[in-house]
Design a protein around this ligand. Structure first.
Ligand code: NAD
Ligand code: SER
Length: 323
């Protein structure tokens, strides 16, 4: 069986996707790739193969793909929305250059590709509620520009060269195993972590900034389900809308107070508030539900309970709480 390659393997999603793929297919079948070896603290299993490489380096990617007989690439390596605004040139080079390299290698080698898009493809003129699959796409960040351009490139490579590339527009993802890497939705993980540690939190978004969010088990499930679906049934190659639940920082704080009664959150919005204001508050994911049976398992209450339970376990294990 040809192997799986996960780029951006050390990241918030990559670390969990590598673990899920290794669980399904065996550790040796899944190659992680990132700029540096995985840190000891990251939840990623350490028994499988790992390669240090930059996705902008097409020759290095080609060598890894050939050496491991890779058949499917989960191409996650990217800079996110907030970091992207600090480094627009690098964001273009990594996000677009990396994707172009992967798609060209896929075209030549017949590889299957998963590439994540984002709610960042939407912008201020996009309808905010129940945002349709096909709608106005006017991203305001360099990250959103690379995600929309990447969507079009994926669709082009599928139509023109027959590359089997599939994509999801992930909302903000919430997880406890690996910290998020420089996005606008990172506040949610920060708030939950602070609450589990018994501390107050100052939020960098305003209390009313409602955004679509998803718990990591659902995001990993959606990714694997989309890649397991029959290709003929897929009507979208630019990035399926996938929704789970939406909340404001104030609503998340309230949900947390159901478990941590004294928890206090204050608000000091910074430049990330502007990014959040351009994004939808909920998406219409009817195409994903119809085409490949998308259905999330977690809502806000279930996610909050599970996150706090795991974050508290982590604290107990590290001895920093209640010791
Ligand atoms: P992350 O920042 O946690 O991880 C990205 C990883 O990519 C990091 O480990 C980083 O070292 C690696 N990387 C960066 N530049 C690289 C390069 N030049 N070569 C090789 N590796 C490089 O990001 P994430 O949250 O895991 O996101 C993964 C993908 O999912 C990205 O494409 C992101 O845009 C998309 N996405 C994430 C979210 C979210 O909420 N986490 C939402 C929507 C879309
Ligand atoms: N969670 C991501 C971000 O905030 C959305 O793509 O950048």
């Amino acid at each position: 069986m040809s192997r799986f390659l996960v780029t951006g393997a050390n990241g918030q999603i990559g670390s969990e996707l590598v673990a899920a793929l290794r669980e399904r297919h065996g550790a040796r079948q899944v190659v992680g790739l990132d700029l540096k070896p995985p840190p000891a603290s990251n939840g990623q299993p350490r028994e499988g193969p790992f390669e240090e490489a930059d996705v902008r380096d097409r020759a290095a990617l080609a060598e890894v793909i050939s050496a491991y007989d890779v058949g499917t690439v989960y191409h996650l390596a990217s800079l996110l929305s907030a970091t992207g605004e600090q480094q627009p040139d690098r964001t273009w080079e990594v996000n677009m250059g990396g994707l172009k390299n992967v798609l060209d290698l896929a075209r030549g080698e017949g590889l299957r590709v998963f590439w994540p898009s984002s709610i960042a493809v939407f912008g201020p003129s996009t309808p905010k509620e129940n945002t349709p699959q096909q709608t106005v796409l006017d991203p305001t960040t360099i990250y959103g520009v690379t995600k929309r351009s990447g969507e079009l490139l994926c669709r082009y490579y599928h139509r023109r060269f027959g590359v089997d590339v599939r994509s999801l527009r992930y909302p903000g993802l919430i997880s406890y195993k690996t910290a998020p890497g420089g996005g606008t939705t990172d506040y949610a993980v920060e708030m939950l972590r602070r609450a589990a540690e018994g501390e107050d939190y100052t939020c960098f978004l305003d209390r009313g900034a409602r955004l679509p969010m998803m718990y990591m088990p659902d995001a990993i499930g959606a990714t694997l389900d989309l890649m397991g679906a029959e290709g003929e049934g897929l009507t979208v190659r630019e990035g399926y809308n996938v929704g789970a639940f939406s909340f404001t920082p104030e609503e998340l704080a309230e949900s947390i107070r159901g478990h941590v009664p004294g928890f206090r959150c204050s608000y000091a919005p910074d430049e990330r508030q502007q990014i959040a204001e351009a994004w939808p508050s909920s998406v219409d994911d009817g195409a994903a539900r119809r085409d490949w049976g998308w259905a999330p398992a977690y809502d806000l209450a279930a996610m909050t309970e599970d996150m706090l339970e795991h974050l508290r376990e982590e604290e107990w294990e590290s001895g920093s709480v209640g010791a």
